[in-house]
Design a protein around this ligand. Structure first.
Ligand code: PEP
Length: 253
């Protein structure tokens, strides 16, 4: 049985003041108690400058925190980049890699995403590896070809370490748009990803959490999270609202 995993992705949103208010609401609504009692993994992935603030505010809670990207290099002349070791220095647990906004706006390819996942693992953190097709790929019926290619690049590089990763299926056309695949459509992709993992490592395939992401909201989460291969969610917009975030956590119960 895989634990429920709900990861908030704040993207490039927040301020010292609004972060404090949001986390106070999340804590006072009982998200931390939910995580503790249900043994769910709940985490917030926030912009780099706010990692110490969020780490401090979530200290003593059962909500973990993470970053939204990482360099594939250990150190050196990479102005503007942040290494996995630096994140680990602060006690970071999760790192999102290969989010479609990184692939799209920063031209990150499958090989780089795999190297970022490897760097994350080497620093004893958990990479949340995003895969997903664009709208035109979806319309052309290429969803499975695309997600298989993206996952294969990671499997080729990480080999036996895949059991320590989280995979997130995020159809690009669903992110921030209000459009969502039907629960069965999403399940079919998740099933396919798990079968691909199983070909590689049967035991890892049964353990790896495969999250759904893309306009996940309280009103659509219950049906999606009920599917057998959907183990939780990577949540953008709805993670910026404490009530919605709690409702998403509770949707699988
Ligand atoms: C995301 O950014 O990973 C995401 C899923 O965004 P949203 O929930 O807003 O679609």
């Amino acid at each position: 049985m895989r634990p429920l995993t709900i990861i908030g992705n704040w993207k490039m949103n927040g301020s010292l003041e609004s972060n404090q208010a949001l986390i106070q609401s999340i804590l006072s609504l009982g998200v931390s108690e939910f995580a503790k009692n249900s043994k769910a993994q709940v985490a917030l992935c926030v912009p780099y400058p706010y990692l110490p603030q969020v780490s401090h505010l979530l200290n003593q809670s059962s909500i973990a925190w993470g970053a939204q990207d990482v360099s594939d290099h250990p150190n050196g002349a990479y102005t503007g980049d942040v290494s996995a070791k630096m994140l680990q220095d602060f006690g970071c647990r999760y790192v999102i890699v290969g989010h479609s906004e990184r692939r799209q706006f920063h031209q990150e390819g499958d090989g780089l995403v795999a190297r970022k996942a490897k760097a994350t693992l080497q620093a004893n953190m958990t990479p949340i590896i995003c895969v997903g097709e664009t709208e035109s790929e979806h319309d052309d019926g290429k969803t499975l070809v695309v997600v298989r290619r993206q996952l294969q690049a990671v499997l080729d590089l990480l080999q036996g370490q895949i059991a320590s990763c989280i995979i997130a299926y995020e159809p690009v056309w669903a992110i921030g748009t209000g459009k969502v695949p039907s629960p069965q459509q999403a399940q079919d992709v998740h099933r396919e990803l798990r079968l691909q993992l199983a070909k590689f490592d049967d035991e890892a395939a049964s353990k790896v959490a495969i999250l759904y992401g893309g306009s996940l909201k309280p009103d659509n989460a219950k049906d999606l999270l009920a599917m057998p291969d959907i183990d939780g969610g990577l949540v953008g917009g709805a993670s910026l609202n404490a009530e919605d975030f709690l409702a998403l956590c509770q949707a699988s119960q």
